[in-house]
Design a protein around this ligand. Sequence first.
Ligand SMILES: C[S@@+](CC[C@H](N)C(=O)[O-])C[C@H]1O[C@@H](n2cnc3c(N)ncnc32)[C@H](O)[C@@H]1O
Length: 252
Amino acid sequence: MKRLLVIGIGAGDPDHLTLQAVKAIAAADVFFIVDKGEVKQDLVQLRLDLIAEHGREPYRIAEARDPERDRTTPAYAAAVDDWRSRRALACETLIREELGDGQTGAFLVWGDPGVYDSTLAIVEEILRRGNVTFDYEVVPGISSVAALTARHRTSLTQVGRPVHLTTGRRLAERGATADDMVVMLDAHCSFAGFDDFHIHWGAYLGTPDEILVSGPVAEVGDRIRELRAEARARKGWIMDTYLLRRTPPADR
Ligand SMILES: C[S@@+](CC[C@H](N)C(=O)[O-])C[C@H]1O[C@@H](n2cnc3c(N)ncnc32)[C@H](O)[C@@H]1O
């Protein structure tokens, strides 16, 4: 039987790696890297550095190119489904051709594999198709949400209160759905207009490029927009996450 490990590696700081993740990396014979192209080379490099530091020789690295996703279509869900299926096919080929029986393969997943990541759905799709069989395990990682709240020295939850984890796209479509919202995958600063909220914003969390801003949206929103645009232009990509917390009426 082939064995697969889906290992959460944390949100950018090599020290985010848990001891469980370190042991899992040491147990792998083959690492699968799905390359997102030159722009995200930094993200691939962190994985290669972690493998070089914690992998146990002899191991191999098997790479495939991430299929392009159609970002122009308004049919977002259909475009993601299509991209996910093509990605599943690329991963299936890697597992079938590069992983021998009795061997352990590993995908190093950014942050936590359970937070806005397609790897688990892709692994299930590959198993459903039935062209290759394997056992798999998931190793949790420090998500960008945990990194964000820790760097801002704030709690994700308030006493007995819910938190809504959502995307920039949904925030823009639906408006405020809770007093506490964590927003990811936001390319458009969708916090604009949330003037009765406080924002804890973080970009490139855990990396040397990390940027942190916090304050009332009405006061710091423009600054975040400027910092974001400038950093994105400089590096060619950006990953940012933020917590929006409704300001108590007494503090408004
Ligand atoms: C595809 S999701 C992956 C999330 C990841 N599985 C996690 O647990 O954080 C990508 C989004 O995660 C957030 N993100 C990931 N790493 C980040 C970082 N180092 N700093 C800020 N945001 C990050 C951003 O919102 C980005 O758009």
